[in-house]
Design a protein around this ligand. Sequence first.
Ligand SMILES: Cc1cc2nc3c(=O)[nH]c(=O)nc-3n(C[C@H](O)[C@H](O)[C@H](O)COP(=O)(O)O)c2cc1C
Length: 215
Amino acid sequence: MKVIGINGSPRRNWNTATLIGDALDGASEAGAETEMYDLYDLDFKGCTSCFACKRIGLEDHRCAMRDGLTPVLEAVREADVVVIGSPIYFNGLSAMTDAFLERLLFPYVSYGNGPTFCRHPVLPAFIYTMNITEAQLEHFGIDINRFRRFMRRNLGHEPEELYCYNTWQYPDYDRYEHQIFDMESKRLQREEQFPKDREAARALGARLAGKCGSP
Ligand SMILES: Cc1cc2nc3c(=O)[nH]c(=O)nc-3n(C[C@H](O)[C@H](O)[C@H](O)COP(=O)(O)O)c2cc1C
């Protein structure tokens, strides 16, 4: 059983990467083989609209682009679970997470009569980290719904989701602007809520790995 982590944050050791790492640890404890990819370390583009994946008569509808993302797409095709983590940027996913999802999902989208070209369903999960608080989410909203339907149709499942709010953004708030933040609530989030989010991520990884059965 294989569980892949995809870090859509440019930071390799911060909130998003930490939670993905926890999910992979949980999966590993449940017996999975795990692998993590940092999208910002890779040289790749989003879909270039070549439509090679829509040619008639293809045995296998794969992305024809060859770049730093190619091995990641191949790994996801073989995986049982993919845990995608993204910071929220301007109410949506990070640019590299968006580009990754274009490349992952579009080759599976059928313009013919078939529902999808996906031959090996994979269980997806999303981990979102963001600066806003849970209470602010209702007011600001985040634009992440559009991928749920495509995942259900093309990967075979809707993603499970984990939200991490009010994240600690800088190593040292005294050295950066922070006047608009309630620092007491940030401190509480960091010291009390973030450890709980980490536990939730670990449980998510274990649960998803458990759904796929033994290796
Ligand atoms: C370019 C940019 C845009 C951001 N936009 C938002 C936003 O719209 N809403 C929000 O809640 N946080 C926003 N943030 C904050 C990040 O989502 C948050 O700090 C996140 O936890 C960072 O993840 P990381 O620590 O894994 O890098 C933004 C940060 C950056 C750098």
